[in-house]
Design a protein around this ligand. Structure first.
Ligand code: SF4
Length: 204
């Protein structure tokens, strides 16, 4: 990925999918941590961090399956991605080139599919899609999640304009918070119970 390496300035902050997912858990938490710089005391607070250690144990879906079932004509593995337009970055497990001329991200999850795709997974795959569109100058209309605990079940996610706009608005809001915008508290009060900022967080 020459584009990634040659134009990436390490001193500029580019938002990752993990940061956006943490942000959606509680926007105000990110305000305290990233805008005011008040350190959190419990690094493993977010459920999203669970399972990362297992991440490298995945096997790959074989090429025949990808070609026959998904219409894949080419793929790249472990691809670093970036969007200068949205100021986001990340690394996706696979970038697929499809026979209809579009492209798609594919990401492995060390999880079980329970008939519903978590919104956090959707947000992450859409961010990969936005970056792929910018780097490869191709349309992304879908992405794939592979659930390793279900015999590598492949689930297709439709990445339409509505979903892209929604994720773009999260990215913008995240940037606003970094620049000093004070966001509302989470509406899920249970999340505040073990929060290290609960004593300084005036909820409304
Ligand atoms: S106390 Fe609740 S609303 Fe405030 S930062 Fe913590 S989780 Fe968010």
């Amino acid at each position: 990925m020459r584009l990634y390496q040659s134009f990436f300035n390490e001193n500029e902050h580019y938002v990752t999918p993990s940061e956006i997912i943490e942000f959606l858990y509680c926007k105000r938490f990110i305000y305290f941590m990233k805008c005011l710089g008040i350190n959190q005391y419990e690094e493993k607070r977010y459920k999203v961090q669970k399972g990362r250690a297992m991440h490298n144990q995945k096997e790959r879906i074989n090429k025949d399956y990808l070609r026959k079932k998904l219409g894949v004509i080419n793929k790249e593995i472990s691809v670093p991605l970036i969007s200068h337009h949205y100021r986001i970055k990340g690394k996706v497990d696979e970038v697929l080139e499809l026979e209809d001329g579009t492209m798609a991200p594919l990401d492995y999850k060390f999880a079980e599919y329970k008939e519903k795709v978590y919104s956090t997974y959707k947000t992450q795959i859409v961010m990969y899609g936005l970056m792929i569109e910018e780097i490869y100058d191709k349309i992304v209309r879908k992405g794939y999640l592979v659930y390793c605990r279900n015999g590598y079940k492949v689930i297709e996610i439709e990445i339409d304009n509505k979903l892209k706009s929604k994720v773009q608005s999260y990215i913008q809001e995240y940037t606003d918070v970094l620049n000093g915008y004070f966001p509302n508290a989470t509406k899920y009060k249970k999340r505040c119970t073990d929060c290290c900022y609960k004593n300084i967080c005036i909820k409304k």
